[in-house]
Design a binder for this molecule. Sequence first.
Ligand code: VG1
Ligand code: CO
Length: 544
Amino acid sequence: MNLRTISTQPFTDQKPGTSGLRKSVPTFQQPHYLENFIQSIFDSLENCEGATLVLGGDGRYFNRPAIQTILKMAAANGFGRVLVGQEGILSTPAASCIIRENQAIGGIILSASHNPGGPEGDFGVKFNTSNGGPAPEKVTEAIYERSKTIDRYTILEAGDVNLDRAASFKLGTLSVEVIDPVDSYSTLMESLFDFEKIRNLLTSGKFRLCMDSMHAVTGPYARKILEGILGAPEGTVMNGEPLEDFGGGHPDPNLVYAHDLVEILFSKDAPDFGAASDGDGDRNMVLGNNFFVNPSDSLAVLTANAALVPGYSQGLSGVARSMPTSQAVDRVAKKLGIDCYETPTGWKFFGNLLDADKATLCGEESFGTGSNHVREKDGLWAILFWLNILAARDQSVEEIVRHHWQAYGRNFYSRHDYEAVDKQRATDLMKHLQAQFSQLEGQKVGTYEVEYADDFSYTDPVDGSVSENQGLRIGFTDGSRIIFRLSGTGTQGATLRLYIESYEPDASKHDVDPQVALAPLIDIAEQLAQIRQFTERDEPTVIT
Ligand code: VG1
Ligand code: CO
């Protein structure tokens, strides 16, 4: 075996963000940059000797060379087996599923999720632990600490492994198994949902579905499950070929970046159901015929209808949502008599709740929903959940959501993103806002009265760990909220996220455009934070 130890110097910027280490491709292509981070992951593991590792990515530019490097490093670091997705493909939820099924020590997922790809785009490395979930903060901290002092890495000198077909190879003492990326995942989906009911719906001739995989990782998954197993007509999945640059788009399923799908669903002869997923397949956007489902509402609807889905018909142990996600699901939890947890942004905070069976369903306002079937949010899972509900209720998406609002009231909700603004100015905005907090409590702002103004801090109810500085929030006495956060996934400057929520029990007012319903709160946000002045922008980049 030709093992080589390469001496290296630390990079100072390998601190993982909300979801892994994300940097531009040229940053990752610097000599030793990827290797340093991978070795830091391996060094922070207790014992990788003989262990199983799962490896794959969303197919973006640099995915394949990175996989070859990681395989050779895994061989040199004593791993026993690496399960790698064919052609280097594994969606984030599928990787989570495979880690759990094979009692792997963890997995490395190569993705910058919704960030654009290509030679000048972004690349990313996420590490998931043996429960299948994103590494918790204590693990990412240990990796970061290691990256600051690393002075060598080990790698096997060997030829590249052929990733194009399912087969097994030896790299030194390491077994490399190239596996079908879809198989285990689709079996898991079949165990949760009523495939027969969904198949009947999709082949009835009365229901049309359109799925946009945005040239990202879910193409092969959606084609096999929706068109293959469930019988949807060929062509149901659009942009189903994973491309290294996602066809030049942002693989971000929202109203702005998934415009092809939005156009189809908001046309005259629109299909009944539209869905899109992101770069690595963990997010979902759901649309009805001329109708947008807000992700926070989606979580609430899934929770309220879970009894219709075989995998959840036994009841839910609890639900969890990230802090900025609307409180729509809280109302459902209350009615069901189950606990509802509020966590910081990022799926890693749901892991303990799921492992301890305190929550069954989880969700984030950023188009992320998932359950205890894996330890990641899961785009196709959410789409199948919706299809199962639609098949069981025989109503349109719009009818289901409107009934939901009638029963629970409507939580008007919107997120405004100001992307790639100047970092210093964004930090100054947050400081300027926070400086007002001590005087805000009890004060009247417009017609609203401030109940609390704070920096969100979370104590994990399972292991007691504390996560501070998770977003500035201003809560009003009527339950409305304004929240400010700086993104932890962007790679250019800073991205400011403003989240706005209000509650309307009166069904006759549920038709109002959220931007109109929330206008007074949006004005207050501007008044308090001087967004225009600090960001030097007249309007947000993306409004959801
Ligand atoms: C964003 C979302 C957050 C999500 C994270 C990772 O983080 O707001 O809800 O968990 O992306 O999702 P931030 O720090 O930019 O707000 V993914 O699909 O990019 O792995
Ligand atoms: Co993602």
